[in-house]
Design a protein around this ligand. Structure first.
Ligand code: FAD
Ligand code: NAP
Length: 541
Protein backbone atom coordinates (compact mmCIF):
# COMPACT_ATOMS: atom_id res chain seq x y z
CA UNK A 1 0.00 0.00 0.00
CA UNK A 2 1.39 3.44 -0.90
CA UNK A 3 1.32 6.48 1.39
CA UNK A 4 -1.46 8.91 0.47
CA UNK A 5 -1.04 12.68 0.53
CA UNK A 6 -4.33 14.10 1.88
CA UNK A 7 -3.18 17.62 1.11
CA UNK A 8 0.30 19.01 0.61
CA UNK A 9 0.90 19.21 4.37
CA UNK A 10 -0.73 15.95 5.52
CA UNK A 11 0.39 12.40 4.76
CA UNK A 12 -1.87 9.40 5.52
CA UNK A 13 -0.05 6.23 6.46
CA UNK A 14 -0.44 2.88 8.14
CA UNK A 15 2.75 3.43 10.06
CA UNK A 16 4.88 6.44 10.94
CA UNK A 17 8.39 5.58 12.09
CA UNK A 18 10.19 8.26 14.09
CA UNK A 19 13.97 7.99 13.72
CA UNK A 20 16.31 6.62 11.06
CA UNK A 21 19.05 4.92 13.06
CA UNK A 22 19.51 1.14 13.22
CA UNK A 23 15.94 0.73 14.54
CA UNK A 24 14.12 3.09 12.17
CA UNK A 25 15.86 1.78 9.05
CA UNK A 26 15.04 -1.83 9.79
CA UNK A 27 11.42 -0.99 10.70
CA UNK A 28 11.02 0.89 7.44
CA UNK A 29 12.49 -1.92 5.38
CA UNK A 30 10.61 -4.73 7.11
CA UNK A 31 7.17 -3.08 7.22
CA UNK A 32 7.41 -1.81 3.66
CA UNK A 33 8.29 -5.35 2.56
CA UNK A 34 5.26 -6.59 4.53
CA UNK A 35 3.01 -4.27 2.49
CA UNK A 36 2.32 -1.46 4.95
CA UNK A 37 2.17 2.20 3.91
CA UNK A 38 5.08 3.34 6.01
CA UNK A 39 7.28 6.43 6.16
CA UNK A 40 10.04 7.55 8.49
CA UNK A 41 10.89 11.01 9.73
CA UNK A 42 14.30 11.96 11.02
CA UNK A 43 15.63 15.18 12.59
CA UNK A 44 19.06 14.72 11.03
CA UNK A 45 19.80 15.37 7.36
CA UNK A 46 21.13 11.79 7.04
CA UNK A 47 20.49 8.25 8.25
CA UNK A 48 22.59 6.76 11.07
CA UNK A 49 21.10 8.04 14.34
CA UNK A 50 23.79 7.70 17.02
CA UNK A 51 26.44 7.27 14.36
CA UNK A 52 25.43 10.42 12.52
CA UNK A 53 25.29 12.62 15.63
CA UNK A 54 28.36 11.39 17.56
CA UNK A 55 31.24 12.35 15.26
CA UNK A 56 33.69 13.39 17.95
CA UNK A 57 37.34 12.33 17.58
CA UNK A 58 37.84 8.77 18.77
CA UNK A 59 34.15 7.70 18.50
CA UNK A 60 33.99 3.95 18.14
CA UNK A 61 31.71 1.04 18.96
CA UNK A 62 32.73 -1.54 21.56
CA UNK A 63 30.81 -4.44 20.03
CA UNK A 64 32.76 -6.18 17.25
CA UNK A 65 31.92 -4.81 13.81
CA UNK A 66 30.84 -8.19 12.43
CA UNK A 67 28.26 -8.43 15.23
CA UNK A 68 27.22 -4.77 15.40
CA UNK A 69 25.44 -4.98 12.04
CA UNK A 70 22.17 -6.30 10.64
CA UNK A 71 21.63 -10.05 10.37
CA UNK A 72 18.40 -9.95 8.35
CA UNK A 73 19.90 -10.08 4.88
CA UNK A 74 22.47 -12.73 4.03
CA UNK A 75 23.59 -10.91 0.88
CA UNK A 76 24.15 -7.70 2.86
CA UNK A 77 26.29 -9.39 5.48
CA UNK A 78 28.29 -11.18 2.80
CA UNK A 79 28.97 -8.11 0.70
CA UNK A 80 29.95 -5.63 3.42
CA UNK A 81 33.63 -5.67 4.38
CA UNK A 82 34.47 -4.40 7.86
CA UNK A 83 38.02 -3.17 8.27
CA UNK A 84 38.64 -3.30 11.99
CA UNK A 85 37.68 -5.49 14.94
CA UNK A 86 35.75 -2.59 16.50
CA UNK A 87 34.24 -0.17 13.99
CA UNK A 88 34.91 3.57 14.04
CA UNK A 89 31.93 5.94 13.90
CA UNK A 90 32.66 6.75 10.23
CA UNK A 91 32.62 3.09 9.25
CA UNK A 92 29.26 2.44 10.93
CA UNK A 93 27.80 5.54 9.32
CA UNK A 94 29.11 4.41 5.91
CA UNK A 95 27.49 1.00 6.51
CA UNK A 96 24.10 2.49 7.39
CA UNK A 97 24.25 4.81 4.36
CA UNK A 98 24.97 1.74 2.25
CA UNK A 99 21.96 -0.07 3.76
CA UNK A 100 19.74 2.95 3.02
CA UNK A 101 20.90 3.02 -0.62
CA UNK A 102 20.95 -0.71 -1.20
CA UNK A 103 17.37 -1.15 0.02
CA UNK A 104 16.21 2.15 -1.48
CA UNK A 105 15.05 3.44 1.90
CA UNK A 106 15.73 7.16 1.41
CA UNK A 107 12.69 7.71 -0.80
CA UNK A 108 10.50 6.93 2.24
CA UNK A 109 12.35 9.07 4.78
CA UNK A 110 11.71 12.74 5.40
CA UNK A 111 14.98 14.16 6.71
CA UNK A 112 15.39 17.32 8.77
CA UNK A 113 11.91 16.67 10.06
CA UNK A 114 11.35 16.56 13.80
CA UNK A 115 8.14 15.30 15.39
CA UNK A 116 7.22 17.85 18.04
CA UNK A 117 3.75 16.58 18.97
CA UNK A 118 1.48 13.59 18.45
CA UNK A 119 -2.18 13.19 19.38
CA UNK A 120 -4.24 10.01 19.51
CA UNK A 121 -7.78 10.03 18.14
CA UNK A 122 -9.80 7.20 19.70
CA UNK A 123 -12.59 7.55 17.11
CA UNK A 124 -10.48 6.92 14.06
CA UNK A 125 -7.84 4.92 15.98
CA UNK A 126 -5.10 7.03 14.44
CA UNK A 127 -2.27 9.25 15.55
CA UNK A 128 -1.67 12.69 14.12
CA UNK A 129 1.98 13.65 14.39
CA UNK A 130 3.06 17.24 13.83
CA UNK A 131 6.52 18.28 12.81
CA UNK A 132 8.71 21.31 13.34
CA UNK A 133 8.16 22.40 9.73
CA UNK A 134 4.38 22.35 10.06
CA UNK A 135 3.65 19.04 8.37
CA UNK A 136 1.20 16.42 9.63
CA UNK A 137 1.33 12.66 9.40
CA UNK A 138 -1.79 10.66 10.16
CA UNK A 139 -1.06 7.00 10.88
CA UNK A 140 -2.59 4.02 12.63
CA UNK A 141 0.72 3.17 14.29
CA UNK A 142 3.35 5.45 15.72
CA UNK A 143 6.61 3.55 16.01
CA UNK A 144 9.18 5.23 18.20
CA UNK A 145 12.68 4.41 16.97
CA UNK A 146 13.94 7.53 18.72
CA UNK A 147 16.96 6.02 20.51
CA UNK A 148 17.93 5.62 24.17
CA UNK A 149 20.87 7.99 23.91
CA UNK A 150 19.75 10.55 21.38
CA UNK A 151 19.06 13.63 23.53
CA UNK A 152 22.05 15.22 25.27
CA UNK A 153 21.58 16.09 28.91
CA UNK A 154 20.90 19.78 29.57
CA UNK A 155 24.05 21.68 30.45
CA UNK A 156 24.20 21.95 34.25
CA UNK A 157 27.59 23.59 34.78
CA UNK A 158 27.72 26.63 37.07
CA UNK A 159 28.14 29.93 35.24
CA UNK A 160 28.97 28.26 31.93
CA UNK A 161 27.50 31.20 30.02
CA UNK A 162 30.34 33.35 31.34
CA UNK A 163 32.86 31.34 29.31
CA UNK A 164 34.01 33.43 26.36
CA UNK A 165 35.61 30.70 24.22
CA UNK A 166 34.29 28.01 21.91
CA UNK A 167 31.87 25.43 23.41
CA UNK A 168 31.50 22.07 21.66
CA UNK A 169 29.39 19.06 22.52
CA UNK A 170 30.54 15.59 21.59
CA UNK A 171 26.96 15.00 20.36
CA UNK A 172 26.51 17.06 17.20
CA UNK A 173 30.29 17.57 16.90
CA UNK A 174 30.82 19.93 13.93
CA UNK A 175 32.49 18.15 11.02
CA UNK A 176 35.96 19.41 10.15
CA UNK A 177 36.65 20.88 13.62
CA UNK A 178 40.38 21.46 13.98
CA UNK A 179 41.64 21.90 17.53
CA UNK A 180 45.35 21.63 16.73
CA UNK A 181 47.37 24.03 18.84
CA UNK A 182 44.44 24.95 21.09
CA UNK A 183 44.03 24.73 24.86
CA UNK A 184 41.03 22.49 25.41
CA UNK A 185 39.04 21.44 28.46
CA UNK A 186 36.91 18.27 28.41
CA UNK A 187 34.18 17.84 31.02
CA UNK A 188 33.05 14.23 31.46
CA UNK A 189 34.89 10.94 31.77
CA UNK A 190 32.19 8.42 30.79
CA UNK A 191 32.37 6.27 27.64
CA UNK A 192 32.40 9.35 25.43
CA UNK A 193 34.97 11.23 27.50
CA UNK A 194 37.24 8.19 27.64
CA UNK A 195 37.27 8.06 23.83
CA UNK A 196 37.57 11.76 23.07
CA UNK A 197 40.25 12.50 25.72
CA UNK A 198 43.05 10.31 24.25
CA UNK A 199 42.15 11.41 20.71
CA UNK A 200 42.23 15.13 21.57
CA UNK A 201 45.38 14.79 23.68
CA UNK A 202 47.27 13.89 20.51
CA UNK A 203 46.01 16.95 18.67
CA UNK A 204 45.76 19.86 21.06
CA UNK A 205 48.41 21.97 22.76
CA UNK A 206 47.03 21.46 26.26
CA UNK A 207 44.18 19.34 27.57
CA UNK A 208 42.44 19.87 30.90
CA UNK A 209 40.29 16.88 31.90
CA UNK A 210 37.51 17.66 34.37
CA UNK A 211 36.55 14.49 36.25
CA UNK A 212 33.74 14.21 38.79
CA UNK A 213 33.39 10.42 39.07
CA UNK A 214 36.18 8.15 37.83
CA UNK A 215 35.28 5.15 35.68
CA UNK A 216 36.74 1.68 35.30
CA UNK A 217 38.21 1.87 31.79
CA UNK A 218 38.97 -1.40 30.01
CA UNK A 219 41.42 -1.36 27.07
CA UNK A 220 39.72 -1.91 23.68
CA UNK A 221 42.68 -3.60 21.93
CA UNK A 222 41.28 -2.68 18.55
CA UNK A 223 43.13 -3.93 15.48
CA UNK A 224 42.61 -4.35 11.75
CA UNK A 225 40.86 -7.60 10.84
CA UNK A 226 43.52 -10.16 9.88
CA UNK A 227 43.83 -11.73 6.48
CA UNK A 228 41.23 -14.45 6.09
CA UNK A 229 39.46 -13.53 9.36
CA UNK A 230 36.48 -11.83 7.73
CA UNK A 231 36.12 -14.62 5.17
CA UNK A 232 36.03 -17.23 7.96
CA UNK A 233 33.39 -15.23 9.83
CA UNK A 234 31.30 -14.85 6.69
CA UNK A 235 31.46 -18.57 6.01
CA UNK A 236 29.90 -19.14 9.43
CA UNK A 237 27.72 -16.00 9.60
CA UNK A 238 24.31 -17.58 10.03
CA UNK A 239 25.49 -19.74 12.93
CA UNK A 240 27.39 -16.81 14.46
CA UNK A 241 24.26 -14.65 14.47
CA UNK A 242 22.33 -17.50 16.07
CA UNK A 243 24.96 -17.73 18.83
CA UNK A 244 24.60 -13.97 19.35
CA UNK A 245 20.82 -14.26 19.71
CA UNK A 246 21.30 -17.06 22.22
CA UNK A 247 23.57 -15.10 24.54
CA UNK A 248 21.93 -12.77 27.11
CA UNK A 249 24.15 -9.90 25.92
CA UNK A 250 23.03 -10.30 22.31
CA UNK A 251 26.57 -11.08 21.31
CA UNK A 252 28.37 -14.34 21.88
CA UNK A 253 31.00 -14.14 24.56
CA UNK A 254 33.04 -17.05 25.85
CA UNK A 255 31.97 -16.51 29.47
CA UNK A 256 33.85 -18.33 32.17
CA UNK A 257 31.27 -20.49 34.00
CA UNK A 258 33.33 -20.41 37.23
CA UNK A 259 32.69 -18.06 40.11
CA UNK A 260 35.52 -15.70 41.05
CA UNK A 261 35.48 -16.57 44.74
CA UNK A 262 35.51 -20.33 44.11
CA UNK A 263 38.97 -20.33 42.53
CA UNK A 264 42.24 -19.53 44.25
CA UNK A 265 43.91 -16.13 44.10
CA UNK A 266 46.43 -17.24 41.44
CA UNK A 267 43.72 -18.47 39.06
CA UNK A 268 41.60 -15.38 39.72
CA UNK A 269 44.43 -12.98 38.87
CA UNK A 270 45.55 -15.02 35.84
CA UNK A 271 41.99 -14.98 34.49
CA UNK A 272 41.61 -11.22 34.98
CA UNK A 273 45.00 -10.68 33.34
CA UNK A 274 44.11 -12.84 30.33
CA UNK A 275 40.82 -10.97 29.83
CA UNK A 276 42.54 -7.59 30.30
CA UNK A 277 45.04 -8.50 27.58
CA UNK A 278 42.22 -9.68 25.31
CA UNK A 279 40.51 -6.30 25.80
CA UNK A 280 36.93 -5.13 25.34
CA UNK A 281 33.73 -5.95 27.17
CA UNK A 282 34.74 -9.65 27.33
CA UNK A 283 36.59 -8.56 30.46
CA UNK A 284 33.24 -8.82 32.24
CA UNK A 285 32.94 -12.48 31.24
CA UNK A 286 35.98 -13.33 33.38
CA UNK A 287 33.76 -14.95 36.03
CA UNK A 288 30.06 -15.77 36.28
CA UNK A 289 29.39 -13.97 39.56
CA UNK A 290 30.95 -10.56 38.91
CA UNK A 291 27.60 -8.78 38.78
CA UNK A 292 26.05 -10.91 41.56
CA UNK A 293 28.60 -11.24 44.34
CA UNK A 294 30.09 -8.15 45.98
CA UNK A 295 33.32 -9.99 46.92
CA UNK A 296 33.81 -11.11 43.29
CA UNK A 297 33.20 -7.59 42.09
CA UNK A 298 35.59 -6.17 44.69
CA UNK A 299 38.27 -8.52 43.32
CA UNK A 300 37.89 -7.28 39.74
CA UNK A 301 37.80 -3.66 40.96
CA UNK A 302 41.06 -4.19 42.86
CA UNK A 303 42.59 -5.68 39.72
CA UNK A 304 41.72 -2.59 37.65
CA UNK A 305 42.87 -0.23 40.39
CA UNK A 306 46.24 -2.04 40.45
CA UNK A 307 46.43 -1.61 36.65
CA UNK A 308 45.89 2.13 37.07
CA UNK A 309 48.83 2.23 39.52
CA UNK A 310 50.93 0.26 37.04
CA UNK A 311 50.11 2.47 34.04
CA UNK A 312 49.93 5.98 35.48
CA UNK A 313 53.30 7.51 36.38
CA UNK A 314 52.15 10.10 38.94
CA UNK A 315 50.77 8.31 42.04
CA UNK A 316 48.52 11.28 42.91
CA UNK A 317 46.94 11.24 39.46
CA UNK A 318 46.59 7.43 39.63
CA UNK A 319 44.77 7.77 42.95
CA UNK A 320 42.30 10.28 41.49
CA UNK A 321 41.61 8.01 38.52
CA UNK A 322 40.55 5.08 40.73
CA UNK A 323 36.82 4.50 41.14
CA UNK A 324 35.91 3.56 44.71
CA UNK A 325 32.24 4.23 45.12
CA UNK A 326 30.41 1.67 42.97
CA UNK A 327 30.82 -1.86 41.56
CA UNK A 328 32.51 -2.33 38.20
CA UNK A 329 29.64 -2.70 35.74
CA UNK A 330 27.09 -0.70 37.76
CA UNK A 331 27.78 2.12 35.34
CA UNK A 332 28.01 1.15 31.67
CA UNK A 333 31.51 -0.38 31.34
CA UNK A 334 33.85 2.01 29.60
CA UNK A 335 36.08 0.63 26.87
CA UNK A 336 38.76 2.88 25.39
CA UNK A 337 42.25 2.99 23.93
CA UNK A 338 45.21 4.43 25.86
CA UNK A 339 42.95 6.14 28.38
CA UNK A 340 45.11 5.81 31.49
CA UNK A 341 48.30 6.20 29.41
CA UNK A 342 47.04 9.62 28.26
CA UNK A 343 47.50 11.00 31.78
CA UNK A 344 51.28 10.46 31.45
CA UNK A 345 51.46 13.00 28.62
CA UNK A 346 53.01 16.36 29.52
CA UNK A 347 50.14 18.25 27.83
CA UNK A 348 47.37 16.56 29.86
CA UNK A 349 46.16 17.68 33.28
CA UNK A 350 43.53 15.98 35.45
CA UNK A 351 41.24 18.21 37.50
CA UNK A 352 39.17 16.39 40.08
CA UNK A 353 35.98 18.29 40.86
CA UNK A 354 34.49 15.77 43.31
CA UNK A 355 36.39 17.20 46.31
CA UNK A 356 36.93 20.65 44.87
CA UNK A 357 33.86 21.46 42.74
CA UNK A 358 33.63 23.96 39.92
CA UNK A 359 32.57 27.25 41.47
CA UNK A 360 32.04 28.97 38.15
CA UNK A 361 33.19 29.24 34.58
CA UNK A 362 34.94 32.52 33.78
CA UNK A 363 35.52 34.30 30.44
CA UNK A 364 38.89 32.53 30.12
CA UNK A 365 38.24 29.15 31.76
CA UNK A 366 36.97 27.96 35.13
CA UNK A 367 37.47 28.56 38.83
CA UNK A 368 37.22 25.85 41.49
CA UNK A 369 35.78 26.22 44.98
CA UNK A 370 39.25 26.71 46.52
CA UNK A 371 40.05 29.49 44.03
CA UNK A 372 42.25 27.37 41.70
CA UNK A 373 41.86 28.59 38.08
CA UNK A 374 42.23 26.78 34.77
CA UNK A 375 42.42 28.59 31.46
CA UNK A 376 41.50 27.24 28.03
CA UNK A 377 40.02 28.42 24.74
CA UNK A 378 37.70 25.51 23.91
CA UNK A 379 35.30 23.69 26.21
CA UNK A 380 34.20 20.19 25.17
CA UNK A 381 31.15 18.75 26.89
CA UNK A 382 31.03 14.96 27.14
CA UNK A 383 28.38 15.19 29.86
CA UNK A 384 26.00 12.46 28.73
CA UNK A 385 22.37 12.04 27.82
CA UNK A 386 18.82 12.35 29.08
CA UNK A 387 18.71 8.62 28.50
CA UNK A 388 15.67 6.52 27.50
CA UNK A 389 12.92 9.05 28.20
CA UNK A 390 14.56 12.23 26.83
CA UNK A 391 13.43 11.79 23.22
CA UNK A 392 9.85 11.02 24.38
CA UNK A 393 9.39 13.82 26.88
CA UNK A 394 10.70 16.36 24.35
CA UNK A 395 7.58 15.66 22.28
CA UNK A 396 4.08 16.65 23.33
CA UNK A 397 2.50 13.20 23.11
CA UNK A 398 -1.17 13.02 24.04
CA UNK A 399 -2.83 9.65 24.29
CA UNK A 400 -6.26 8.42 25.32
CA UNK A 401 -8.43 11.12 26.98
CA UNK A 402 -5.69 13.69 26.43
CA UNK A 403 -3.25 11.93 28.79
CA UNK A 404 0.20 13.53 28.40
CA UNK A 405 3.10 11.12 28.25
CA UNK A 406 5.46 13.85 29.47
CA UNK A 407 3.43 14.27 32.68
CA UNK A 408 3.11 10.55 33.39
CA UNK A 409 6.75 9.68 32.71
CA UNK A 410 8.21 12.73 34.42
CA UNK A 411 6.35 11.77 37.58
CA UNK A 412 6.59 7.97 37.52
CA UNK A 413 9.32 7.15 35.01
CA UNK A 414 8.73 5.15 31.84
CA UNK A 415 6.03 2.55 32.55
CA UNK A 416 5.57 -0.06 29.87
CA UNK A 417 4.31 -3.53 29.23
CA UNK A 418 7.31 -5.55 28.01
CA UNK A 419 9.13 -2.33 27.11
CA UNK A 420 6.91 -2.04 24.06
CA UNK A 421 3.88 0.06 24.91
CA UNK A 422 2.62 2.32 27.68
CA UNK A 423 -0.96 2.24 29.01
CA UNK A 424 -2.96 5.22 27.76
CA UNK A 425 -1.01 5.45 24.50
CA UNK A 426 -2.59 2.96 22.09
CA UNK A 427 -0.73 1.97 18.91
CA UNK A 428 2.42 3.75 20.04
CA UNK A 429 5.20 1.17 20.20
CA UNK A 430 8.75 1.74 21.37
CA UNK A 431 11.81 0.06 19.91
CA UNK A 432 14.70 -1.10 22.10
CA UNK A 433 14.22 1.47 24.83
CA UNK A 434 13.15 1.50 28.50
CA UNK A 435 11.81 -1.79 29.84
CA UNK A 436 13.68 -3.97 27.32
CA UNK A 437 17.30 -5.22 27.19
CA UNK A 438 18.33 -2.33 24.87
CA UNK A 439 21.55 -0.81 26.22
CA UNK A 440 22.45 -3.87 28.32
CA UNK A 441 22.83 -5.86 25.11
CA UNK A 442 24.38 -5.52 21.68
CA UNK A 443 21.74 -3.04 20.62
CA UNK A 444 21.53 -4.26 17.04
CA UNK A 445 20.46 -7.70 18.26
CA UNK A 446 17.94 -6.08 20.64
CA UNK A 447 16.57 -3.88 17.84
CA UNK A 448 16.12 -6.80 15.44
CA UNK A 449 14.32 -8.78 18.15
CA UNK A 450 11.89 -5.89 18.67
CA UNK A 451 11.33 -5.05 15.00
CA UNK A 452 10.56 -8.68 14.11
CA UNK A 453 8.09 -8.97 16.98
CA UNK A 454 6.38 -5.68 16.05
CA UNK A 455 6.15 -6.71 12.37
CA UNK A 456 4.45 -9.96 13.37
CA UNK A 457 2.07 -8.11 15.68
CA UNK A 458 1.07 -5.66 12.95
CA UNK A 459 0.44 -8.53 10.56
CA UNK A 460 -1.63 -10.35 13.23
CA UNK A 461 -3.74 -7.23 13.72
CA UNK A 462 -4.17 -6.64 9.98
CA UNK A 463 -5.33 -10.20 9.36
CA UNK A 464 -7.92 -9.94 12.18
CA UNK A 465 -8.92 -6.37 11.37
CA UNK A 466 -7.91 -5.20 14.85
CA UNK A 467 -7.54 -1.46 15.11
CA UNK A 468 -5.67 -0.86 18.33
CA UNK A 469 -3.27 -2.35 20.82
CA UNK A 470 -2.53 -0.89 24.22
CA UNK A 471 -0.55 -1.96 27.26
CA UNK A 472 -2.72 -3.67 29.86
CA UNK A 473 -2.33 -1.60 33.02
CA UNK A 474 -1.96 -4.55 35.38
CA UNK A 475 0.53 -6.28 33.11
CA UNK A 476 2.43 -3.02 32.88
CA UNK A 477 2.73 -2.67 36.66
CA UNK A 478 3.89 -6.29 36.86
CA UNK A 479 6.50 -5.75 34.15
CA UNK A 480 7.87 -2.55 35.71
CA UNK A 481 8.17 -4.37 39.05
CA UNK A 482 9.83 -7.33 37.34
CA UNK A 483 12.40 -5.09 35.61
CA UNK A 484 13.23 -3.53 38.98
CA UNK A 485 13.36 -6.92 40.70
CA UNK A 486 15.73 -8.41 38.12
CA UNK A 487 18.01 -5.38 38.44
CA UNK A 488 17.91 -5.67 42.22
CA UNK A 489 19.09 -9.28 42.04
CA UNK A 490 22.35 -7.97 40.53
CA UNK A 491 24.92 -5.40 41.63
CA UNK A 492 23.76 -2.98 38.93
CA UNK A 493 21.81 -0.67 41.22
CA UNK A 494 24.51 -0.66 43.94
CA UNK A 495 26.80 2.14 45.00
CA UNK A 496 27.06 5.75 44.14
CA UNK A 497 27.28 5.31 40.39
CA UNK A 498 24.97 8.21 39.44
CA UNK A 499 24.13 5.98 36.53
CA UNK A 500 21.93 7.02 33.65
CA UNK A 501 20.56 3.43 33.74
CA UNK A 502 18.24 4.69 36.48
CA UNK A 503 17.96 8.35 35.58
CA UNK A 504 20.35 9.42 38.34
CA UNK A 505 22.41 11.66 36.04
CA UNK A 506 19.58 14.13 35.43
CA UNK A 507 18.29 16.30 38.27
CA UNK A 508 14.70 15.60 39.23
CA UNK A 509 14.29 12.53 37.02
CA UNK A 510 12.38 9.72 38.76
CA UNK A 511 14.82 6.96 39.62
CA UNK A 512 13.81 3.57 38.36
CA UNK A 513 16.06 1.04 36.71
CA UNK A 514 15.14 1.46 33.04
CA UNK A 515 16.75 -1.28 30.94
CA UNK A 516 15.74 -4.92 31.44
CA UNK A 517 18.73 -6.74 32.99
CA UNK A 518 17.45 -10.26 32.22
CA UNK A 519 19.11 -10.28 28.77
CA UNK A 520 17.77 -10.91 25.28
CA UNK A 521 17.22 -14.65 25.74
CA UNK A 522 14.86 -14.40 28.73
CA UNK A 523 13.30 -11.34 27.20
CA UNK A 524 12.76 -13.22 23.92
CA UNK A 525 10.90 -15.92 25.86
CA UNK A 526 8.61 -13.27 27.37
CA UNK A 527 7.94 -11.84 23.90
CA UNK A 528 7.18 -15.28 22.47
CA UNK A 529 4.91 -16.12 25.39
CA UNK A 530 2.93 -12.94 24.85
CA UNK A 531 2.54 -13.48 21.09
CA UNK A 532 1.60 -17.15 21.53
CA UNK A 533 -1.14 -16.10 23.98
CA UNK A 534 -2.86 -13.54 21.76
CA UNK A 535 -0.54 -10.81 22.93
CA UNK A 536 -0.89 -11.28 26.63
CA UNK A 537 0.05 -8.10 28.47
CA UNK A 538 -1.76 -5.97 25.89
CA UNK A 539 -5.38 -5.14 25.11
CA UNK A 540 -6.30 -5.54 21.46
CA UNK A 541 -9.49 -4.00 20.12
P1 FAD B 1 19.48 6.14 17.45
O1 FAD B 1 20.65 5.67 16.71
O2 FAD B 1 19.69 7.02 18.61
O3 FAD B 1 18.52 6.87 16.41
C1 FAD B 1 17.38 7.56 16.81
C2 FAD B 1 17.10 8.64 15.78
O4 FAD B 1 15.82 9.20 16.08
C3 FAD B 1 18.09 9.78 15.83
O5 FAD B 1 18.72 9.94 14.58
C4 FAD B 1 17.25 11.00 16.18
O6 FAD B 1 17.65 12.16 15.47
C5 FAD B 1 15.87 10.55 15.75
N1 FAD B 1 14.81 11.23 16.51
C6 FAD B 1 14.63 11.25 17.85
N2 FAD B 1 13.55 11.97 18.18
C7 FAD B 1 13.03 12.42 17.01
C8 FAD B 1 11.91 13.21 16.70
N3 FAD B 1 11.09 13.70 17.64
N4 FAD B 1 11.65 13.48 15.39
C9 FAD B 1 12.46 12.99 14.41
N5 FAD B 1 13.55 12.23 14.65
C10 FAD B 1 13.83 11.95 15.95
N6 FAD B 1 25.34 0.41 21.54
C11 FAD B 1 25.95 -0.78 21.44
O7 FAD B 1 25.27 -1.81 21.43
N7 FAD B 1 27.30 -0.87 21.38
C12 FAD B 1 28.08 0.23 21.37
O8 FAD B 1 29.31 0.14 21.34
C13 FAD B 1 27.46 1.52 21.43
N8 FAD B 1 28.19 2.64 21.38
C14 FAD B 1 27.56 3.85 21.46
C15 FAD B 1 28.32 5.01 21.37
C16 FAD B 1 27.71 6.25 21.52
C17 FAD B 1 28.52 7.50 21.39
C18 FAD B 1 26.33 6.33 21.80
C19 FAD B 1 25.66 7.66 22.01
C20 FAD B 1 25.57 5.18 21.84
C21 FAD B 1 26.17 3.94 21.66
N9 FAD B 1 25.44 2.76 21.67
C22 FAD B 1 26.06 1.55 21.54
C23 FAD B 1 23.98 2.81 21.74
C24 FAD B 1 23.41 3.18 20.34
O9 FAD B 1 22.60 4.28 20.56
C25 FAD B 1 22.67 1.98 19.76
O10 FAD B 1 23.57 0.91 19.57
C26 FAD B 1 21.97 2.20 18.41
O11 FAD B 1 22.73 2.95 17.52
C27 FAD B 1 20.61 2.80 18.64
O12 FAD B 1 19.90 2.85 17.43
P2 FAD B 1 18.44 3.45 17.40
O13 FAD B 1 18.02 3.46 15.99
O14 FAD B 1 17.60 2.76 18.39
O15 FAD B 1 18.59 4.93 17.96
P1 NAP C 1 27.88 9.37 30.73
O1 NAP C 1 28.30 7.99 30.85
O2 NAP C 1 26.62 9.79 31.38
O3 NAP C 1 29.07 10.27 31.24
C1 NAP C 1 28.92 11.66 31.43
C2 NAP C 1 30.14 12.20 32.12
O4 NAP C 1 29.96 13.60 32.32
C3 NAP C 1 30.34 11.60 33.51
O5 NAP C 1 31.72 11.49 33.75
C4 NAP C 1 29.70 12.64 34.43
O6 NAP C 1 30.17 12.64 35.73
C5 NAP C 1 30.11 13.90 33.70
N1 NAP C 1 29.26 15.03 34.04
C6 NAP C 1 27.96 15.20 33.73
N2 NAP C 1 27.51 16.36 34.22
C7 NAP C 1 28.54 16.91 34.89
C8 NAP C 1 28.69 18.11 35.64
N3 NAP C 1 27.69 18.96 35.80
N4 NAP C 1 29.89 18.35 36.20
C9 NAP C 1 30.93 17.49 36.06
N5 NAP C 1 30.85 16.34 35.34
C10 NAP C 1 29.67 16.06 34.78
O7 NAP C 1 27.72 9.81 29.17
P2 NAP C 1 28.59 9.31 27.93
O8 NAP C 1 30.00 9.25 28.27
O9 NAP C 1 28.16 10.14 26.78
O10 NAP C 1 28.07 7.82 27.70
C11 NAP C 1 26.70 7.52 27.65
C12 NAP C 1 26.50 6.14 27.07
O11 NAP C 1 26.66 6.17 25.64
C13 NAP C 1 27.51 5.12 27.52
O12 NAP C 1 27.31 4.68 28.83
C14 NAP C 1 27.37 4.07 26.46
O13 NAP C 1 26.22 3.30 26.62
C15 NAP C 1 27.20 4.94 25.22
N6 NAP C 1 28.54 5.16 24.63
C16 NAP C 1 29.25 4.05 24.26
C17 NAP C 1 30.50 4.20 23.72
C18 NAP C 1 31.28 2.99 23.34
O14 NAP C 1 32.45 2.91 23.52
N7 NAP C 1 30.68 2.01 22.85
C19 NAP C 1 31.05 5.46 23.56
C20 NAP C 1 30.30 6.56 23.95
C21 NAP C 1 29.04 6.40 24.50
P3 NAP C 1 29.37 11.84 36.89
O15 NAP C 1 29.60 10.39 36.58
O16 NAP C 1 29.93 12.32 38.15
O17 NAP C 1 27.92 12.23 36.72
Amino acid sequence: MAAAAVDSATTELDVLVVGAGFAGLYLLHRLRKDGFAVRAVESAPEVGGTWYWNRYPGARCDVESVDYSYSWDEQLQQEWDWKEKYPAQGDILAYLKHVADRFDLRKDIDFETTVTAATWDGQSCRWTARTSDGREYVAQFLLMAVGCLSVPKEIDLPGVDAFGGQVLRTWGWPEGTDLAGRRVCVVGTGSTGAQVIPALAEEVEHLTVVQRTPNFVIPTRNRPLREGELEAIKADYVARRERNRNHPAGVFRADNPKNAMEVDEAERQATFQERWEGGGINFLGAFADLMFDQAANDAICDFVRAKIDEIVDDPKVAELLKPNSYPLGAKRPVVATDYYETFNRPNVELVDVRQNPIESFTPAGLRLADGEQHEFDTLVLATGFDAFTGAFTKMDIRGRDGLRLRDVWREHGPRTSLGLASAGFPNMLMVANAGSPSVLANMVTAIEQHVDWIAELLDYMRVRNLRSIEADEQAQEKWVAHVEEVANSTLWPNGDSGSWYRGANVDGKPQIFMPYAGGVVEYGKALEHSAANDYEGFVLA
